[in-house]
Design a binder for this molecule. Structure first.
Ligand code: GLU
Length: 492
């Protein structure tokens, strides 16, 4: 085994990049970079039926978006290890399968799917866990010939030593051991369609690609003893394994792809206009935490402080509020132009800005986004946040009505209306609005929230939003006075 750390992310191209897989990729990436090792992406495409077109390219594309760079993959082959798609490595698996057959560590099984199903069904009915019972484990050459003559095809099964125990020191979970007998009957390593199974291919590839550490989701933990059996059969040294706990939703259940409440695919976050570095930071804290309380880290910092021994052994809870908080922290610090680029498509999609906006519209929308940047966690939020700029009708909620109907509220609304009415349109800018608010404060001795809140509600209809003078400037005189008028109707 090479001494340099080499880890891999091994996606099956059966779908888009899921947040759980992104996390696996991300931790492998951080681990490799932290230890000055290599990060490899291997495409596990042996399930011909479930593979989807673009499965591989969209995974790579979304990893690139997340700024997870790899050292080797289909697009960056190292001749020593290529190819990086399992479907192109069949010539590597074939002689190894043959070797196992020759050494009687594997055998051909001619049972049909119907026979296997019937066996499993009978076991289930007897209250047993279905497993291959070994019916074809010791066929005579004559029996084999008879099956061949019948025209049956075969799969190849690995002969499990049911007495053996497979133990390993898991990076995340500590000492683990499996009795072979509890894990599996003789399992398939080559399917009838000529493709190797996951457990066989992954073992061969991890070995030949000099993978030193396998960090993956703990849904694979029961596969590990099977893989260890194969390492053993070839006399190879296994890598170190680490099985990360799954991500759970707020109800404590495993994240399922049908979970409507949680956005599951990286592509969707991208479409919503999240900043990739915010998502990177968020995903890095899903099941891993550094020492201390700090939660905001750049990628470089994460590489520096990443410690695989701090991967959590309890399920990682997906915390939506934390995602929004992290998203907002990054948004606040981002260049306005980046925020605009993330928000603009959503204004267009919502029909609030025309498709080919004029320079004037672009400038206006840039100011609009600037107004809300402090409040945004992702680009699409602009549509909701800035809705008062697009809605013709303001509808006050009861709390706002109460606020305005108070003694001071009524005074403030009347006063701001008068002052703004007198302010000429060309002077309708934030720096002229501030002194007007101070005048009201001095004339009526109303200050603080009692002053600002009624003005905010009167011009915008809602109780939160950007700085009031900036809001007034961007809304412009006509809209501001129209809003105040509408608001007055609802409190009288
Ligand atoms: N192709 C497997 C998966 O997508 C990889 C598992 C592993 O890392 O060994 O789950």
């Amino acid at each position: 085994m090479s001494s340099k750390v080499r880890v891999r992310y091994a996606p099956s191209p059966t779908g888009e990049l899921h947040i759980g897989n992104a996390r696996t990729a991300l931790f492998n990436y951080l681990f490799a970079r932290h230890h000055g090792g290599d990060f490899i992406i291997r495409t596990e495409d042996t399930d011909l039926i479930r593979n989807i077109e673009q499965g591989e390219s969209s995974q790579l594309d979304n990893l690139t978006w997340l700024n997870i760079e790899w050292d080797e993959a289909v697009d960056k082959p190292n001749p020593q290890y290529a190819p990086y798609r399992q479907s192109e490595r069949l010539h590597i698996y074939e002689p190894l399968i043959q070797q196992l057959l020759d050494e009687d560590k594997a055998y051909r099984c001619y049972m049909t799917s119907e026979e296997l199903d019937a066996e499993a069904q009978a076991q289930r009915e007897a209250g047993e866990t279905p497993r291959y019972g070994g019916a074809h484990a010791h066929l005579t050459p004559e029996q084999e010939q008879a099956f061949i003559d019948e025209g049956r095809d075969y799969s190849i099964r690995f002969r499990v030593n049911s007495e053996a125990v497979y133990a390993f020191d898991d990076i995340v979970k500590g000492d683990i051991s499996f009795k072979a007998n509890d894990v599996a009957g003789d399992f398939v390593i080559l399917k009838r369609d000529g493709m190797p199974t996951y457990n066989f291919a992954v073992t061969v590839d991890d070995h030949y690609m000099d993978i030193t550490h396998v960090l993956r989701g703990d849904d694979h933990i029961a596969n590990t003893p099977r893989q260890m059996m194969i390492y053993e059969a070839f006399g190879w040294e296994p890598p170190r394994f680490g099985h990360m706990t799954l991500i759970i939703n707020e109800e404590g259940r495993k994240l399922s792809k049908r979970d409507g409440g949680i956005i599951q695919f990286i592509e969707q976050y991208r479409d919503l206009g999240y900043l990739p570095e915010a998502l990177f930071n968020f995903v890095a804290l899903l099941g891993w935490s550094p020492e201390g309380e700090e939660e905001l880290f750049t990628q470089e910092e994460l590489i520096k402080i990443f410690d695989e021994n701090r991967l959590s052994n309890s399920p990682a809870a997906f915390d939506r509020d934390k995602l929004l908080w992290i998203g907002n922290e990054y948004m606040k610090k981002a260049d306005l132009q980046r925020v605009v680029d993330l928000a603009f498509p959503h204004l267009i999609k919502a029909g609030l800005v025309e498709d080919n906006p004029s320079q004037e519209t672009i400038e206006w929308a840039t100011r609009l986004v600037g107004l809300y940047q402090e409040q945004m966690a992702y680009g699409a939020q602009i549509v909701e946040l800035a809705s008062l700029f697009f809605n013709e009708d303001l509808k006050l909620d009861q709390a706002s009505i109460d606020e305005l109907s108070s003694e001071t509220g009524l005074v403030v609304v009347k006063a701001i209306k008068e002052k703004l009415t007198q302010l000429p349109e060309e002077e309708f800018v934030a720096e002229n609005v501030r002194p007007l608010m101070n005048e009201i404060r001095d004339e009526h001795d109303i200050r603080g929230r009692q002053l600002f809140m009624p003005i905010r509600i009167a011009v915008s209809g809602v109780m939160s939003g950007p700085e009031v003078p900036d809001l007034i400037e961007l809304l412009g005189k006509e809209k501001v006075l129209d809003h105040i008028h509408q608001v007055e109707q609802q409190i009288s």
